[in-house]
Ligand binder design. Structure first.
Ligand code: ASP
Length: 438
């Protein structure tokens, strides 16, 4: 049995967090491979080490002294090492880095050093070997990960029952240079390590007890989601939930490895388990998995008599949006009319040319544009088995006097989308949460 664990920035922020991690790792012998982020914030006004490294680079570029920022980076790592009584020579590591910065270092290599330093410290603290990401995570020249080569190399290094602490966020280019993944990229490193080693589970440890059923800034103390499928994770993140982006976990999804999102500060909480599918209980307690939403959409509604029976009109409409590089997020349609829902910030700069082209090419009877729309998605794999979900949505919102501007159900019956005026957004989320969850 192998569990690959990834700890995010807040879990790596100070010595207290390191102690929690050691307890978590020691509590289960299957927890043998640990991927770490750079130290994150200890409190809300604190700095993330990665941000400080980006700042150092900016100072270097403009020939301004980076000493005071670099001292903050040194201080954080020295204090973790001192408090945990680690023997590794962290001062020598920091001095070598300062030297490199004075002699020229690439931006990507510099910002990757937060993960590198975290992993050096954590490896000693756990008594696991340090396995540098540059020794196994290889990129192609186009910046995509060479999965085959990387997986084979990590398997060779770790073996079937080895342990390792691995820095997240970076790997090696074919020309020998360090390259970083996107921001938050340690999640990808963790997923790649889990996939490479055919782990039984990928545990992603953060500072919330799993994915929440609704935005905690809107709903007070929303319940965590116990289980979700990868498709639901996709729907929730697309619809606006602040969750792990499903693209970051594609390597584990590809291999059918379950993902468990856990809280370092509440290690006994089971968190959220995400997997391809679940054996559902006959009488599930809840029919929805979560509610997510985004504001600032515009709806362009095009009506033309006879459009429903015509061939090619929809293609022509979509092409006009494409020509102006305006993304279309949803396309609810009626008879002889179709709506295109787009992010306002992408549509507004092109609005006149888009409507002009639509008038010329489509010759519609009417084009209506409505701004300040929010789209809320009610997501749930179990909705497909149950009549009345949309009825409940209408009833709950109607009772509160909230006007539904748009409604659409995905053909896979995994979600129901509701569009409302943005002024009603927060209230809509709360009403739906209370109707389905409480
Ligand atoms: N430290 C990097 C960042 O702040 C990567 C990560 O934490 O996943 O984006």
């Amino acid at each position: 049995m192998l569990k690959v664990l990834k700890f995010g920035g807040t879990s790596m922020a100070d010595a207290t967090q390191y102690r929690k991690i050691r307890d978590i790792v020691r509590s289960d012998p299957a927890r043998r491979v640990v991927v770490v982020s750079a130290a994150g914030k200890r409190f809300s006004e604190d700095n993330k080490i990665t941000d400080l490294l980006y700042l150092c680079y900016a100072h270097m570029r403009y020939g301004v002294s980076f000493d005071s920022i670099f001292d903050m980076i040194c201080e954080r790592h020295r204090s973790i090492a001192a408090q945990l009584e680690l023997k590794c020579n962290i001062d020598a590591e920091l001095e070598a880095l300062r030297e490199q910065m004075l002699n020229g270092i690439t931006r990507e290599e510099l910002v990757s050093r937060g993960e590198y330093l975290s992993a050096i410290l954590m490896a000693e603290y756990l008594g696991f070997p340090f396995v540098d990401a540059k020794d196994w995570l290889f990129f192609h020249f186009d910046g995509t990960v060479d999965q085959e080569k990387s997986y084979a190399k990590l398997r060779e290094i770790v073996g079937t029952d080895g342990c390792a602490v691995i820095p997240g966020f970076y790997g090696l280019m074919p020309d020998g240079k360090i390259r970083t993944l996107t921001r938050g990229g340690s999640d990808i490193t963790g997923a790649l390590a889990a996939a490479a080693l055919d782990a039984d589970v990928y545990e992603n440890w953060t500072d919330v007890s799993g994915i929440l059923m609704a935005d905690p800034r809107i709903v007070e103390n929303p319940k965590p989601i116990e289980r979700a499928t990868y498709s639901e994770l996709r729907q929730l993140s697309y619809s606006g939930a602040q969750v792990l982006h499903e693209m970051t976990v594609f390597p584990v999804r590809e291999k059918g490895i379950p993902l468990n999102i856990r809280n370092t500060n509440e290690p006994d909480h089971p968190g959220t388990l995400v997997s391809e599918e679940f054996k559902e209980s006959k009488h599930p307690q809840r029919f929805i998995t979560g509610i997510a939403g985004k504001t600032d959409f515009s709806i362009v509604t095009i009506s033309k008599k006879g459009m429903a029976g015509a061939v090619g009109t929809l293609r022509s409409i979509v092409e006009i949006f494409e020509d102006h590089t305006v993304p279309i997020c949803y396309t609810p349609s009626g008879i002889d009319c179709v709506s295109l829902v787009c992010p306002s910030e992408k549509l507004t700069p092109h609005l006149y040319s888009v409507t002009e082209d639509l008038r010329r090419e489509i010759k519609p009877d009417n084009i209506k544009v409505v701004d300040h729309i929010s789209i809320i998605a009610v997501v749930g794999r179990k909705m497909a088995y149950r009549a009345g979900t949309s009825g409940k949505i209408f009833a709950a919102l109607g009772e509160q006097g909230i006007n539904i501007r748009m409604i659409s159900q995905g053909p896979d019956e995994l979600n129901i989308l509701v569009g409302v005026d943005s002024k009603d957004y927060a209230q809509t989320v709360r009403v739906l949460y209370n109707a389905f969850v409480k």
